[in-house]
Write a protein that binds this ligand. Structure first.
Ligand code: AMP
Length: 325
C-alpha cells in the first residue's frame, strides 16, 4: 500500500500548532501503517503561489524538513522528495487540465473563499487550478491512501473524479485514491485563544528560546477568578494549551486541581512552560545536528527513485492519449 502526503513550505519555522496538527499525526500515521510506503513531498510548487522569493522558498523547504526530522520523523521511513525534481508532476498537471471543465474548478471552496474575501483582481490562475496540480501529485504514484484534513476532502474527491474520467475515456490508468481523514486532529489554539497561526502573532515556535517561550506563556489571558475559586479548565486557554503535552493521568490531575480551587494561573502557566520546554529542548538539540546538505543529499537520492515511478506513469498516459508517436 502506498500513502501520499505533503508538507507546506510556507515558513522556515514550525509552531506547536503545526507540531500537534501536522507533524505528530504524520509520525503516528507511519506507526499505524507499518507496512505501507509513505511518500512525502514538499509542496514547494504550491508555495510558489505565495512566496515568489527564491531565497525564502529554498530556506523554508530545507528548514521545514530539518524540523520534521528533529521532531522524530524518520527520514528513511518516509520517501521525501521535491516534485520540482520530477517533471511528471507538471506533465500530468498539463494533461489533466485539458480534461477538467471550468465549472468544476469554480465549485472548489478554496477558490470560492478567495472570491468571498473580495480578492477577485489578485487571484492568480494558480489559485483556480490548484486542485488539478494536487490531483496530478496524487495520481502520478498510484496512491492508495491520502491523509486529508476535512478542508482538503473536496480536492481529493476531485482527484478521484478526474482519475475515473480519464480511465473511462482512455482505459484503466490511474488507481482511485481513498481519503484517510484524521478525525482526532484538532485545532490548536494560540496564546490569544484563536487558531495558532503565523499570521496572528499568537504562536510559539519549536525553535523559540526559553526566554521567549516564558514571555509567550505569560501573555496568555486568564480570567479574574481568585486563586481559591474553583475554575473550569475547559474555559481556560492555559489549560487548553497545556493539555496537549499531558499524559491522560497528568491531564486528570490537572483538571481536578482546576476544579478544586487553589490553583493559581501563575502556577498553571509555570507548569505549561515546563511542559513546552520538555518538548522543544530535544527537538532543538536534534535540529542543530542536521545540516542543510543532509537534506539536499536526501532529496537528490529520492528524486531518482520517484522519477522512475513517475516516468513510467507518464509514458503510459502519453501512449494512451496519443502523445507518443
Ligand atoms: P500551514 O503552514 O499554516 O499551512 O500549516 C501546515 C500544517 O500544520 C497544516 O497541515 C495545518 O493543518 C497544520 N496546522 C497549522 N496550524 C494549525 C493549528 N493551529 N492547529 C492544528 N493544525 C495546524
Amino acid at each position: 500500500m502506498r500513502i501520499l502526503t505533503w508538507l507546506q513550505a510556507t515558513s522556515d519555522q514550525l509552531h506547536i500548532g503545526n507540531y500537534f496538527g501536522a507533524v505528530k499525526p504524520m509520525i503516528e500515521l507511519a506507526e499505524k501503517f507499518k507496512d505501507a510506503e509513505i511518500f512525502l513531498f514538499l509542496a514547494i510548487m504550491h508555495s510558489f503561489n505565495n512566496i515568489q522569493d527564491p531565497v525564502a522558498l529554498r530556506k523554508n523547504a530545507i528548514n521545514v524538513l530539518k524540523l520534521y526530522a528533529a521532531c522524530g520523523a524518520d527520514l528513511n521511513r518516509f520517501m521525501i522528495f521535491n516534485p520540482a525534481d520530477v517533471p511528471g508532476h507538471a506533465q500530468l498537471n498539463r494533461v489533466l487540465s485539458c480534461i477538467t471543465n471550468m465549472w468544476f474548478m469554480e465549485r472548489m471552496h478554496t477558490y470560492k473563499e478567495a472570491l468571498d474575501k473580495g480578492k477577485t483582481k489578485e487571484i492568480n490562475i494558480w489559485v483556480f487550478c490548484y486542485p488539478i496540480l494536487m490531483a496530478a501529485d496524487i495520481l502520478l504514484y498510484d496512491t492508495d491512501l491520502v491523509p486529508v484534513g476535512k478542508d482538503q476532502k473536496q480536492h481529493l474527491e476531485f482527484a478521484r473524479d478526474i482519475a475515473m474520467k480519464f480511465n473511462n475515456a482512455f482505459g484503466e490508468t490511474f488507481k482511485i485514491p481513498k481519503p484517510y481523514i484524521q478525525e482526532d486532529v484538532g485545532l490548536i489554539i494560540g496564546i490569544d485563544g484563536r487558531k495558532m497561526s503565523k499570521s496572528y502573532n499568537n504562536y510559539i515556535w519549536l525553535l523559540d528560546d526559553e526566554k521567549t517561550i516564558l514571555k509567550r506563556v505569560k501573555q496568555i489571558p486568564t480570567s479574574a477568578l481568585t486563586v481559591e475559586e474553583p475554575k473550569n479548565p475547559d474555559e481556560c486557554n492555559v489549560y487548553k494549551i497545556c493539555k496537549l503535552f499531558l499524559t491522560p493521568e497528568e491531564d486528570e490531575t490537572l483538571r481536578k486541581r482546576y476544579q478544586a480551587g487553589g490553583l493559581s494561573y501563575k502556577d498553571a502557566k509555570e507548569y505549561t512552560y515546563e511542559k513546552i520546554i520538555a518538548l522543544v529542548q530535544p527537538i532543538q538539540e536534534k535540529y542543530a545536528k542536521i545540516s542543510d546538505q543532509d537534506i539536499i543529499d536526501l532529496l537528490a537520492k529520492n528524486a531518482k527513485i520517484v522519477n522512475k515511478i513517475a516516468t513510467k506513469k507518464i509514458e503510459d498516459v502519453y501512449k494512451k492519449i496519443g502523445f507518443s508517436l
